[in-house]
Design a binder for this molecule. Structure first.
Ligand SMILES: C[S@@+](CC[C@H](N)C(=O)[O-])C[C@H]1O[C@@H](n2cnc3c(N)ncnc32)[C@H](O)[C@@H]1O
Length: 403
């Protein structure tokens, strides 16, 4: 293996596999007259575009000279520059009638210092987002620059991002801004491909910056074996996730049944963890206690609510308890028969008005519940269901068309 074949992890050198590069080129609505990759690597994305649009002018920047040498050797048509993709001057693009430019990328997925430069790109691209989360991620700065540069030229952006961008809570503010300020055209969850030795799963965003907001998004999954499967094509709410897992269960969310939130259900999680409870010598109810229960209900200590203070979230008779996180936790509702106990922050207390209480319990035991849960939980090893998601859960037991 030559020196140029050795990839550097510190620069996030995980080159795009050929089928994914081809997918990116095939998903762009062209004809593309120029394409720019701000972290070009060996040029896989530009080469895929060159194969589809033979006349397109192709520009790449990379901070690693070996990559530039490799890309140049791959195709003499690539115009390449050694430099930092976030600060090197954007290439001067050919003026052609009805030009359509694309800024494409599989940027380095790396944590980074919150520099003023990164902050400036994010502020310019995601106007009004207060979150500081993205400032510490290098790929977010690359996405931001791509959006800013493409918008100046009314161009397209095609960017591979870590999959939490489409599904994670921390990226929620960025997704909302993206949907509100640009035309998000496609979001494709990439499955079944490994990027060299990384397990990172990715999502491909296709954005039309000539549109000032999003109206129709195609959400799909792609794997080299099965190709692309479209799961949704239409509008999305600003707090909807954009990943395939979420949309594969879209039918379960559109049952016509009211959601728990609409039924006046209250969902509260405990305020402290098990370790803190032990330190405070509080006998608390934790997920492990819920796992131990053999029937549908639990009896708690015969104490009164006056034995506790404001820091406690108390489970009382009539409450429904559910684990909010865990690996092999029991995800079945447990009803409190009598007594009272504070709950840990891994337990959700569900308080339903008497008129729907039975239906809420039955909904957690409904055949649709596990599929719905799988679509809204996050994480591979540890799954988490949030209060916000739970409030959006349909009252499955009240729906006639399911189960
Ligand atoms: C994940 S690779 C992707 C390369 C190529 N776009 C592809 O899809 O195969 C990321 C590339 O970014 C380059 N890189 C890392 N930091 C950079 C920076 N600040 N400016 C420009 N390139 C950078 C790395 O050298 C690497 O070639």
């Amino acid at each position: 293996m030559g020196r140029a074949d050795k990839f550097k992890d510190t620069l996030g050198q995980h080159m795009t596999p050929e089928p994914v590069a081809k997918l990116i080129a095939s998903e762009l609505r062209g004809p593309i007259t120029s394409a720019v990759d701000l972290a070009v690597g060996d040029g896989a994305l530009l080469l895929a575009i060159a194969r589809r649009w033979r006349q397109a002018s192709l520009h790449g920047i990379d901070c690693d000279e070996l990559r530039i040498i490799r890309a140049k050797a791959a195709d003499g048509r690539l115009r390449l520059r050694l430099g930092d993709g976030l600060s090197t001057r954007f290439p001067a693009l050919r003026q052609v009638p009805r030009r359509r430019i694309a800024v494409v990328g599989n940027p380095p997925f790396l944590s980074t210092r919150a520099t003023n430069e990164n902050r400036a790109w994010l502020d310019a691209a995601f106007v009004g987002v207060e979150s500081r989360h993205g400032v510490r991620r290098l790929e977010m700065a690359f996405l931001a620059r791509a959006l800013v540069e493409a918008r100046k030229r009314q161009g397209l952006v095609a960017m591979l991002m870590p999959s939490p961008f489409a599904s994670g809570v921390l990226y929620g503010p960025y997704r909302r801004a993206l949907l509100a300020q640009y035309g998000v055209v496609k979001v494709i969850s990439i499955e079944g491909t490994r990027f060299r030795d990384t397990e990172a799963s990715t999502v491909l965003l296709i954005i039309d910056t000539a549109l000032s907001s999003t109206t129709n998004v195609e959400i799909s999954r792609y794997s080299p074996m099965e190709g692309k499967t479209v799961l949704h094509s239409g509008s999305v709410a600003d707090d909807d996730r954009l990943d395939a897992r979420y949309w594969s269960a879209a039918g379960l969310r559109l049952t016509g049944a009211p959601t728990l939130g609409e039924c006046g259900v209250d969902v509260t999680r405990g305020r402290y963890c098990k370790a803190d409870a032990n330190r405070m010598k509080r006998a608390v109810l934790h997920t492990t206690d819920l796992c131990r229960v053999s029937g549908p209900s639990i009896e708690l200590h015969p104490l009164s609510v006056d034995d506790f203070d404001d820091a406690d979230v108390l489970a009382e008779a009539g409450d429904i308890l559910l684990s909010r996180t865990g690996t092999r936790v029991r995800w079945e509702p447990v009803e409190v028969k009598r007594g009272v106990a504070p709950i840990t922050d891994h337990v959700l207390r569900i308080r339903a008005p008497e008129s729907v209480r039975r239906q809420v319990i039955e909904s957690f035991m409904h055949p649709a519940f596990p599929a719905w849960l799988a679509s809204v939980t996050k994480g591979v090893c540890v799954s988490v269901v949030t209060k916000q998601e739970l409030l959006k859960m349909p009252l499955f037991a009240a729906s006639t068309g399911l189960g």
